[in-house]
Design a protein around this ligand. Structure first.
Ligand SMILES: [Zn+2]
Length: 93
């Protein structure tokens, strides 16, 4: 039997659990190291956080080493400036 997914449920997975921003729409779809996610009080299937809320929870700015070397973090999705900055990419000013 084919499993049915509710579209609203799938969309809800991309909503930041703290501020309700759509992380897919803002292109802040990313993965961080398990330890960083745990440090923020999140469980693996506990939903999404936008970068701002994750940093609020950590009380620090994210650094490139907080992001594992997965394709999802490197150019699969168009990148939001804040995301580019945290990943260590520099834009020509
Ligand atoms: Zn948020």
């Amino acid at each position: 039997m084919k499993q049915q997914y509710n579209e609203a449920e799938i969309a809800a997975r991309f909503i930041c659990v703290d501020c309700s921003v759509d992380t897919c729409e803002s292109n802040e779809y990313y993965m961080v190291q398990d330890a960083v996610w745990k440090e923020a009080g999140m469980t693996p299937d506990g939903g999404m956080l936008c970068l701002g809320c994750l940093e609020d929870r950590l009380k620090r700015q994210l650094k490139p080493h907080d992001f594992p070397d997965y394709p999802i973090n490197h150019g699969v999705f168009p990148r939001f400036d804040r995301m580019m900055n945290r990943l260590g990419y520099r834009r020509a000013a």
